[in-house]
Design a binder for this molecule. Structure first.
Ligand code: NIG
Ligand code: FE
Length: 423
């Protein structure tokens, strides 16, 4: 390769995890365990793009004599793609720490929700907040996510549940994407819960979503995906199907909160409607697993949700992987599940779902990119991809989930720029 002008080079990484070769289709089965590791690795960056990923020696050879790229020394450190969080509820107001205590004392998530708490409490607070207040709160969340190594996140609405408040939340998510280094990918989730005033006529609310909210969201370009909380006592399979198909007609790609609390057929529905992902899946059935594998729907597993619900049963990650379902990981950041850290998610995935460190890293990078249709841009370190890169202060990738409860991130680069740097 000829010598070229470079803006930044990362050198001397004890392990450089490229995650290469899975941009066109997600990693399946044993591929999840392959990280494409380069020992003593380096990355060459020009503008916002990766130009080359190779050994330190070969990266040094690319530098044009007399040019002075910024050099980042990653000695004894692990370099990997920016983490991708493909399931988060963003830009809501208020908090629910009291419910945290109620849960410790024995109340279940569904009991709290059915008695008017849970999502309803956040909806009330979000109604009162202005778009700017939602942006300020969202910025706080994104700052923390960035510090913990996340460079792309999905953001769902679903705390408005009335046309103007749903649009307000999606506009706040759009603002966040513009003002923050993190790329925020918007999802419309008006079907988060049946609002209290429609409890007796849920069909009216389903109609409002289908006839008014979806067409407006699509017309204004406020979202790429449409998600539904398909669950006993929330949205039935038939209601979910109607909403997801209406979204699809308007160009919104389906996603499903599936089989979280009960075995309900959400996974089968996700496969049927051609969803890009089916998320949660704690209670997914064998038929559901096979349907996801056949349709290649990404299973987005959210172990922090099981953790805060104090569930003993987590999603069957191993069964999903063995069946050939593409598996990804996400935080499910929301007022019930308050963590911004994909590092914690990887630890929980290892210890509670018995994924290996390498599998968890694949699931939090390239497979997570597939869950939000961003695999052509991010999720691996390969020439021509966005230079979204995390440097962790650990000598190898196994340390990432092994050393938990602290932030291992040393540097974050987003689009080739250093956006986070510790001393
Ligand atoms: O993904 N399960 C439904 N929705 C969210 C929780 C939202 C909330 O409790 O505010 C979830 O866990
Ligand atoms: Fe969720």
């Amino acid at each position: 390769m000829e010598r070229i002008h470079l803006d930044t080079v990362i050198l001397n990484a004890s392990e450089l995890l490229t995650l290469s070769g899975a941009s066109h289709a997600p990693k399946l089965g044993s591929e999840l365990g392959e990280l494409g590791i380069i020992e003593d690795g380096g990355v060459a960056i020009r503008g916002n793009q990766i130009v080359a990923v190779d050994t330190t020696k070969n990266i040094k050879r690319l530098v044009k004599p007399g040019s002075h790229p910024r050099v980042i020394d990653a000695k004894n450190k692990t370099v990997l793609p920016g983490l991708i969080d493909p399931h988060a509820h963003l830009a809501f107001a208020g908090s629910r720490e009291r419910e945290f205590v109620q849960k410790i004392q024995g109340a279940t998530y569904m009991e709290i929700l059915e008695s008017g708490g849970g999502i309803n409490v956040t909806v009330k607070a979000t109604h009162k907040a202005s778009r700017n207040t939602l942006v300020r709160k969202g910025q706080h969340t994104l700052n923390r996510m960035l510090e913990y190594g996340t460079t792309t996140v999905e953001g769902k609405s679903g705390y408005g549940l009335e046309p103007k408040h749903e649009y307000k939340q999606l506009l706040a998510i759009r603002d966040l994407n513009l003002i923050h280094p993190i790329d925020v990918v918007p999802t419309f989730m008006g079907a988060h819960v049946i609002p209290t005033k429609y409890k007796k006529q849920p069909e009216k609310y389903v109609n409002l979503i289908i006839k008014k909210m979806i067409p407006t969201v699509a017309k204004k370009g406020l979202a790429e995906f449409c998600d539904v909380f398909t669950e006993k006592g929330v949205f039935s399979i038939e209601q979910s199907r109607q909403i997801l198909l209406a979204g699809k007609e308007h160009g919104l790609i389906p996603k499903v909160h599936a089989d979280e609390m009960t075995t309900f057929g959400g996974a089968e529905l996700a496969a049927e409607v051609g969803a890009v992902s089916a998320d949660h899946l704690l209670k997914v059935s064998k038929t559901g697993i096979n349907a996801l594998a056949k349709a290649q729907v990404v299973a987005v597993l959210l172990p922090a949700t099981a953790f805060v619900l104090m569930e003993t049963q987590y999603a069957p990650a191993r069964e999903l992987i063995n069946a050939g379902v593409p598996v990804a990981l996400a935080t499910d950041f929301n007022p019930n599940c308050m963590t911004e850290s994909m590092q914690l998610i990887m630890t929980l995935a290892c210890l509670n779902m018995r994924m290996t460190p390498a599998e968890a890293i694949s699931a939090a990078t390239i497979n997570a990119a597939h869950a939000i249709n961003r695999s052509h841009l991010v999720g691996s370190l390969e020439p021509s991809k966005q230079a979204d890169i995390v440097i962790m202060d650990v000598p190898n990738h196994e340390h990432i989930p092994y050393h938990f409860g602290v932030n291992l991130v040393k540097n974050v680069l987003k689009n080739g720029k250093i956006v986070y740097l510790t001393q």
